[in-house]
Design a protein around this ligand. Structure first.
Ligand code: DAH
Length: 344
């Protein structure tokens, strides 16, 4: 091959490579060009292999031309690569641009539920008087929910509580009172405890009822506990919860597991006892059930009623929350609406 025809060939390869490089729009396309021109079987390499057919005196010249073409193509490939990488980087930066002037998105922090606030308040009061906070199961034996609390089978008091039965022996507890029996059975005396928790009754939902609500049970068992201890303790509880001027009143009542039994009313903390919409004009608000632990209950739980006496009480947690925070519909407590919860 003559020097001239090789020169033409090189120019053709160079022109072709340049146009392919210019038309490449991605790094892998550039690589294809590099392989097809400069690679082992590439066009330029083939020209070099043809050197043996070139007249010896022309070889240095031809060799130089091939090298120049190679350098030229390499330089163009490098330039194109650099340009593409820069474009890609610019594009990425553009996509990831952060507008630092946008208002920050606030983390949405919830709020303590009125039930929780009320419960912590009640716990604070009783723990301050030396009580322990204990828990019992929500799915309970009929034995603990009723029988050991002196509510035998077929007792009318059982009908008062519309119960969710799992089977003949197991119920969703209708009250927190079964925790009393469980703690007494353990036999560690004396006892000063409260047991907060969820209870269930087959009730229709309305402004004052829900099939699931919460109670706080209280139990004190020791030697020489009297009704005066009950009154003094619960009166102090009422003053702590509703204010130092709160008066209390005990009305006789019936609960199967206490004898005598009572319901405690507190003077209306809204009107001070004069009578208002809040206390339905009476000046008093019913707040809890209580009484002296029935000797039968002691016996069924393995405690000698001749040696020990005690008092118990049960209070509805929602009732306290509704009264304390002046909420007039219980359903609001279960909607989990942040706009409502934030107010307390
Ligand atoms: N368990 C009763 C109820 O659900 C409340 C109660 C009343 C509990 C008197 C007591 C008590 O411990 O002594 O209505």
């Amino acid at each position: 091959m003559s020097e001239v025809s090789i020169k033409e060939k090189l120019q053709a390869i160079l022109a072709d490579a340049c146009s392919k490089i210019d038309n490449s729009d991605a790094l892998d396309k550039l690589n294809e060009v590099r392989v097809s021109v400069l690679g082992k079987k590439g066009e330029l390499t083939t020209v070099l292999k043809g050197m043996k057919d070139v007249a010896p005196e022309d070889r240095p010249k031809v060799g130089q031309m091939v090298n120049e073409a190679r350098s030229e193509i390499e330089a163009r490939l490098d330039a194109a690569k650099k340009r593409m990488e820069e474009e890609e980087r610019a594009k990425k930066l553009q996509e990831e641009v952060i507008d630092v002037t946008l208002p920050a998105r606030k983390a949405n922090v919830g709020h303590r539920h009125p039930n929780t606030i009320a419960l912590e308040e009640v716990e604070r009061i009783f723990v301050g008087m030396g009580y322990e906070v204990v828990e019992g199961p929500e799915v309970e034996y009929d034995l603990y929910n009723f029988e050991k609390l002196n509510i035998p089978k077929n007792h009318p008091a059982k009908d008062e509580q519309d119960t969710f039965y799992i089977n003949n022996e197991i119920v969703l507890r209708t009250q927190t009172s079964p925790v009393q029996a469980r703690v007494m059975e353990q036999g560690k005396l004396p006892i000063r405890m409260i047991a907060p928790g969820r209870v269930f009754r087959s009730d229709e939902v309305d402004a004052t009822h829900s099939p699931s609500f919460h109670q706080i049970e209280g139990l004190v068992v020791d030697k020489h506990i009297t009704f005066s201890d009950l009154k003094g303790t619960l009166a102090e509880f009422a003053r702590e919860l509703f204010g130092p001027d709160t008066k209390t009143k005990f009305r006789p009542h019936h609960f199967p597991f206490t004898e005598p039994s009572a319901e405690m009313d507190v003077s209306c903390f809204k009107c001070g006892g004069k009578g208002c919409r809040f206390c339905k004009g009476s000046g008093w608000i019913e707040i809890l059930g209580c009484g002296m632990v029935h000797p039968h209950v002691f016996e069924m739980c393995g405690i000698d009623p001749d040696e020990y006496t005690g008092f118990a009480f049960g209070v509805g947690l929602e009732r306290i929350a509704l009264l304390k925070y002046e909420i007039d519909d219980m359903r609001l407590l279960y909607e989990n609406d942040d706009r409502f919860l934030r107010q307390f």
